[in-house]
Design a binder for this molecule. Structure first.
Ligand code: NDP
Length: 320
């Protein structure tokens, strides 16, 4: 085959905990996986400081360090980890076709999608500044809430995620101020009731963030504005949590795979199988509920095992 055409047994798209775990399992099963890292090698964890809830790291580990370790483990079993961005796919045939950087074409017996999801941010310059500095802006309360024990935090959003995260934070933090931009929640009634009935959660309706305030390295407060009265106020806080939704990175698959209304890939419950035989999904690209490194790793393992069984069944059929 030419340099621009290649045949692989197992192609893994994405380099977060789901992709690398799929690679470790696929490599150990002699599937010679090729993994394309995408534009954010290491995935969402590379924007997290300290990971303290992944089993096996009693002292914790930084997100970027953990991704380096996962990559090393995948490469130890000869996963071919490559730079590159998948720009086009065609899952209409028996062999799946995938294009890298619009140049190279790969024919794949199996494809494992681990493209993840991206947290949405407000995109205020002050929010992005403290996010980049690792100084108090987070889109994951379960990952980072622990660092704000007994402190005051602000959370933005009014969906189920925001309610769940505000409630989680309320058990750790002295006070949680929740900023809701309309005069009502989007969340389910039960989740709304839970935050309303929690003593240390204060809900500010019709309230939007104007600026995340800080001392140049960490967050010290949040300037907010009531969009009905025009009044502004400063809320003291050391943590600013954004819970306004995630966008699964699945646009490229929409013509072939069944997605839900938000864009998450639908899997056959209890498996990593998609609606296309030989195409499997793992991690946040199919998970709007748990979104944890450890659950992503778990589903990465499932995808590799499902892919291996799919190939074995196909080979047995050809031999028969
Ligand atoms: P949603 O899209 O449901 O909610 C996003 C929230 O963020 C909305 O309240 C929205 O406000 C608000 N928002 C969006 N942009 C801004 C902005 N720029 N400034 C301020 N607020 C903003 O996302 P979720 O992540 O909460 O949920 C996604 C899906 O996952 C839902 O279907 C949900 O039910 C599900 N889910 C289920 C869980 C469970 O079952 N345990 C847990 C978490 C999520 P507005 O309402 O004004 O548009």
């Amino acid at each position: 085959m030419s340099d621009n055409l290649e045949h692989v047994k197992c192609l893994i798209i994405g380099s977060g905990p789901a992709g690398y775990t799929a690679a470790i399992y696929a490599a150990r099963a002699n599937m010679s996986p090729v993994l394309y890292q995408g534009t954010q090698p290491g995935g969402q964890l590379t924007t997290t400081n300290e990971v303290e809830n992944f089993p096996g790291y009693p002292e914790g580990i930084t997100g970027p360090e953990m991704m380096v370790e996962l990559r090393k483990q995948a490469e130890r079993f000869e996963t071919d980890v490559r730079d590159g961005w998948i720009t086009k796919i065609d899952f209409s045939g028996d062999v799946h076709r995938v294009w890298v950087n619009e140049e190279k074409e790969i024919l794949c017996d199996t494809v494992i999608i681990s493209t993840g999801a991206s947290a949405k941010y407000l995109n205020l310059p002050s929010e992005q500044k403290y996010l980049q500095l690792g100084g108090g802006v987070s889109a994951c309360a379960v990952c980072d809430g622990f660092f704000y024990r007994n402190q005051e935090v602000v959370i933005v959003g009014a969906g189920d995620s925001a309610c769940e995260e505000a409630h989680y934070l309320s058990k750790l933090c002295k006070k949680v101020t929740m900023l809701v931009r309309r005069d009502e929640f989007r969340a389910s009634k039960i989740m709304e009731a839970r935050v309303k009935n929690t003593a240390n959660i204060e809900i500010l309706f019709n309230t939007e963030t104007e600026e995340v305030l800080g001392d140049g390295s960490v967050v010290t407060g949040v300037k907010v504005k009531n969009n009905v009265t025009g009044e502004t106020q400063v809320i003291p806080a050391t943590g600013f949590f954004v819970a306004i939704g995630h966008k699964p990175n699945t646009d490229i698959f929409k013509d072939f795979l069944e997605l839900d209304s938000v864009g998450y890939i639908k899997n056959v419950p209890g498996t990593s199988k998609t609606n296309i035989p030989g195409v499997f999904v793992s991690g946040d690209a199919a998970d709007k509920v748990y979104r944890q490194a450890v659950t992503a790793a778990g589903t990465g393992c499932m995808a590799a095992l499902d892919a291996e069984r799919y190939l074995a069944a196909k080979e047995a059929f050809i031999e028969a």
